[in-house]
Design a binder for this molecule. Structure first.
Ligand code: UT7
Length: 315
């Protein structure tokens, strides 16, 4: 398979670090050096499903493809207003597609997991054209009273259209369960029979544990793929990494011993948009010419679970 179109949508509301310090005991002087984030886009009056549909439309336009030509839609999402139906079904109707669709929840690694699922469909000979949409609103998962967590995230949707081709060189998925490091819990509807105590817990993060996992997992996944493909780190033109923290990106860069210009970033003005992070970055890089057809790209992401994944492809 190969990527032939991308699109992304971000909410219009910009929240700077200084704006956060108006109601939180935090500051740009703390946030920027530790994370690389200057501001993030936060959902206000937008609906995530509308953003997801628009990102999908943009990717289809970019690919020169009609929605009716799609054979499968995969949507990566952690949380949205609907419990059911799936976000992918809402997107399917919104763009006027008629193909089957599925949601996955693979936290911030969702784009890589979606690529892997798509590849399996191609290998089974079931599909010609696939749409992946990653749509996330992590700012609705955090407590905006918790400075440890809410400063890190931003919202957005990124999409990619795939068609037949031989451009995916390899995909590596990993999981290492550590469910107390990054989690959110919400209550369900009560029944007459529920006797246990339940409570809503906003997104909780053990920052340094996640940081260490992220560096190890992403570096390991990329190295594994390079070795499998008999490639060297130098053979990759651009590394498009999950945009969670500039220091994590720098640590992976240093592990791979590659120059900074191979690591485009947008964490400065998006923060961590969960699984939407990679496809939004890919879309921005394609549109501003940072990556071009024929480039060898390495994508890598990690997230709650813990899970992680990497993909090496020719654009
Ligand atoms: O997609 C995966 C999602 N998550 C991540 O990728 C997060 C990975 N982890 C990280 O990015 C970093 O660990 C953080 C940015 C979350 C934290 O950076 P750090 O260098 O690990 O922070 P630290 O441990 O040096 O600092 C923690 C201190 C605490 O104070 P004490 O206990 O040392 O007095 C916090 O209370 O910084 C305090 N703190 C803050 N202070 C001002 C935590 N958040 C803030 C804040 N503003 N927003």
């Amino acid at each position: 398979m190969k990527i032939i179109g991308t699109g992304s949508v971000i909410p219009k509301k910009i929240v700077t670090n200084d704006m956060l310090s108006e109601f939180l005991d935090t500051s740009d002087a703390w946030i920027y050096p530790r994370t690389g984030i200057k501001y993030r886009h936060v959902i206000s009056d937008e609906k995530l499903e509308d953003m997801a549909i628009e990102a999908a439309r943009k990717a289809l336009d970019d690919a020169g493809m009609k929605a009716e030509e799609l054979d499968f839609i995969i949507c990566s999402n952690v949380v949205n207003e609907y419990v059911t139906p799936s976000l992918s079904c809402i997107i399917q109707g919104g763009i006027g597609a008629t193909c089957p669709c599925i949601d996955i929840n693979c936290a911030c690694a969702g784009f890589i997991y979606a690529l892997d699922l798509a590849e399996a469909q191609y290998k089974a000979g079931r599909v010609k054209n696939v749409l992946i949409v990653c749509a996330e609103e992590p700012t609705r998962m955090t407590s905006w009273k918790d400075r440890n967590v809410c400063v890190l995230f931003g919202d957005g949707a990124g999409a990619a259209v795939l068609t037949e081709g031989d451009n995916i060189k390899g995909i590596k998925l990993s999981a290492a369960s550590a469910t107390d490091k990054l989690y959110q819990i919400r209550t369900l509807e009560p029944t007459p029979y529920i006797t246990k105590e339940e409570q809503n817990i906003s997104l909780q993060l053990k920052g340094q544990d996640v940081f260490k996992f992220a560096v190890k997992a992403s570096s390991g996944d990329i190295k594994y793929l390079l070795d499998q493909l008999h490639m060297k780190a130098e053979d990759v033109d651009k590394y498009l990494l999950h945009q969670a923290n500039i220091r994590i990106i720098h640590a992976i860069r240093d592990y791979l011993e590659q120059p900074d210009e191979k690591f485009p970033t947008n964490v400065e003005n998006h923060g961590n948009s969960s699984s939407a992070s990679c496809p939004i970055l890919l879309d921005e890089c394609r549109r501003n010419g940072t990556v071009k057809k024929g480039d060898i790209l390495a994508l890598s992401a990690f997230g709650a679970g813990f899970i992680s994944g990497a993909a090496i492809m020719e654009l």
